[in-house]
Write a protein that binds this ligand. Structure first.
Ligand code: LAC
Length: 307
């Protein structure tokens, strides 16, 4: 399995490091546009592999020469600018849209058959851009956000109740921003509804925290999150690589599901070795439908600026 990661920033290199150290992938390529950056990160990762006595994994770094990604099974796009104080969301949208375009054109030259995982923000718009620009089939472009948002939700529940997070099953769908839909009625602890363990007031408080925890991490650490985002991407890589047939939440193109089309948004999907196998359509209640529609409208409104 060959996995190429474009963008050796914090998210891309955390993902590469996890995939390498866990021994899940045996050939990893890291590419960055800044001279020497990816090469330096790879030296560091390869030294970890020596400590771990892992001789089966090869990690190679390279500056902007995409030839090295030839025949990758999976390509992760973790390249993109971060919003600075003087930038609007639309400025970021336009800058990152151009980065998705230039990165994808290079990737498609050398590895058109790959499955792509997109991690660049604003996530749902960038997945849409990747699909409309590349015109490749929707099953091959998966946006990572839901795994992260679910992990944040699960972590908060687990901390509040002092229960092992692996017991908790949750569902967070919609857009990867404050509009996201956190669905407590689809949240269970070993099959038992969350409401059995927690008062509505505490559930509401956790929902509020999930929506703002990305900002809290920036405020506390001075950087946007990267450990959990990097591992979340790696989990998607692993699920595809081993054809695990897992249900995860990811941003994919709707084609009539949930009553919408021409929009990428977080929904539960069945993931297999070919990427998106199918979208799981939930029977949302009227309030949830309204919130989902609000997400769709906001994403579509932003998509206009991608053109
Ligand atoms: C976050 C960024 C990584 O949610 O999207 O922290």
């Amino acid at each position: 399995m060959k996995v190429s990661i474009i963008g050796a920033g914090n998210v891309g290199s955390t993902c590469a490091n996890y995939l390498a150290c866990s021994g899940k992938v045996n050939h990893i390529i890291l590419i960055d546009k800044t001279e020497g950056h990816a090469e330096g990160k790879c030296m560091d990762i390869n030294q970890s592999l020596s400590i771990l006595k892992n001789n089966n994994t090869k990690v190679e770094g390279c500056t902007s020469n995409y030839k090295i990604i030839k025949n990758s099974d999976i390509i992760v796009i973790a390249a993109g600018a971060r919003r600075t104080a003087e930038m609007t969301r639309n400025d970021l949208l336009k800058i990152n849209s151009k980065i998705i375009e230039s990165t994808l054109s290079e990737c498609l030259k050398y590895s058109p058959q790959s499955i792509f995982i997109i991690a660049t923000n604003p996530l749902d718009n960038m997945v849409y851009k990747a699909l409309s620009f590349s015109k490749i089939s929707r099953n091959k472009i998966i946006g990572m956000a839901g795994v992260l948002d679910n992990a944040r939700y699960i972590t908060l529940i687990s901390e509040k109740l002092n229960i092992n997070p692996s017991n908790i099953n949750s569902l967070v769908i919609g857009s990867h921003n404050d509009n996201m839909l956190i669905l407590p009625r689809f949240t269970t602890i070993e099959g038992i509804p969350l409401s059995y363990f927690m008062k509505q007031k505490d559930i509401d408080d956790i929902i509020k925290q999930v929506k703002t925890i990305g900002k809290k991490i920036i405020n506390l650490s001075g950087r946007s999150a990267y450990y959990a985002p990097g591992v979340a991407i790696a989990k998607i890589v692993e699920s595809i690589n081993y054809n695990k047939k897992t249900i995860i939440t990811a941003s994919v193109m709707l084609n009539g599901e949930y009553g919408f089309k021409d929009c990428c948004i977080g929904v539960p999907i069945l993931l297999d070795k070919n990427g998106l196998n199918k979208i799981v359509e939930l029977d949302l209640n009227s309030e949830e439908k309204q919130s989902f529609k609000k997400c769709i409208e906001a994403i579509k409104e932003q998509n206009i600026h991608l053109k």
